[in-house]
Design a protein around this ligand. Structure first.
Ligand code: SAM
Length: 268
């Protein structure tokens, strides 16, 4: 049984994932490339936001991209076909019951998925089993505790905290980025290396102001408005003030910072 997915599967969320991928490609993917002929299992590919980048950057590798959501996979297929990509096979599958033989992949790639799972350690152990000896795993996760900004805003902090709490109640963990190193070590991987990838946004970087501060982070918090208010986690007034203040950080004198964490490790 899949864990509930806190962001839902609506069009706006899918567009958010696309904007997120566009703005962050270099920061997150510049050091990921897979050799010719290698096999890569992409887990939780969603609408294919990372898949297109991965496949274009490693055109001679063969990707198998899985997700539990049929509707997301249908969008991923459109996106991949539109980009003329031919080295990706999409399959509907659950991380916790994968239809592949043990040791059948050279590499595993996971991005923004562990944060939604109630058993991330078990997921990593399963994914380790999918790798041949010497194969690698790459995991990228955010950490909402890493968001800070100017001007400061207790209302914005409170709105973000409700997203963290909502995700916790649905079995996920929005603070998982900082845990990648211990999780990968505990799952039995070797040569674990985690690097923080900080997004720093001020008005001299208008693409990031729009693509990250507004359309990625603020849109993500805004997306839980109804659920967080109906769960009684915050008043509508406080939440809306928090969202206004997050938009305020995208103005000329505003600054926004957020850190992603990228872990790479090996199966011995
Ligand atoms: C935030 S999205 C990330 C999508 C994509 N990796 C990206 O970075 O744009 C998380 C994805 O994980 C998928 N997912 C959640 N639980 C899963 C499970 N147990 N098995 C497979 N996919 C799962 C969801 O359906 C969703 O598409």
């Amino acid at each position: 049984m899949a864990d509930a997915y806190v962001h839902g599967y609506h069009r706006r969320e899918n567009e958010r994932l696309q904007d997120q991928a566009g703005a962050l490609v270099e920061l997150l993917h510049s050091d990921t490339a897979y050799p010719s002929g290698s096999t890569v299992l992409e887990v939780g590919c969603g609408v294919g936001a990372q898949t297109v980048t991965l496949a274009q950057r490693s055109p001679a590798a063969r990707f198998t991209s899985i997700d539990i959501s049929a509707s997301s996979l249908a969008e991923a297929k459109q996106r991949i076909d539109a980009a003329g990509i031919t080295n990706v096979e999409l399959r509907q599958a659950d991380i916790f019951s994968l239809p592949f033989d043990a040791g059948s992949f050279d590499h595993v790639f996971v991005c923004f998925v562990l944060e939604h799972l109630s058993r991330p350690l078990e997921a990593l152990s399963i994914l380790k089993g999918m790798l041949r000896p010497g194969g690698t795993i790459t995991v990228i996760e955010g950490d909402h505790g890493s968001a800070y900004f100017h001007p400061q805003s207790p209302a914005a902090d409170a709105a973000i905290q409700t997203l963290v709490e909502l995700q916790r109640r649905t079995g996920g963990d929005a603070l998982i980025g900082r845990q990648l190193y211990p999780l990968l070590v505990e799952a039995g991987f070797d040569a674990v290396q985690v690097s923080p990838r900080m997004v720093y946004v001020d008005s001299s970087r208008p693409d990031l102001v729009d693509g990250f501060t507004r359309k990625t982070f603020t849109a993500m918090v805004e997306g839980v408005r109804d659920s967080t208010i109906s769960a009684g986690l915050i008043s509508a007034e406080m939440f809306d003030a928090g969202i206004r203040d997050l938009h305020r950080t995208a103005e000329g004198d505003g600054v926004f910072c957020y850190t992603f964490f990228k872990g790479v490790a090996t199966r011995s």
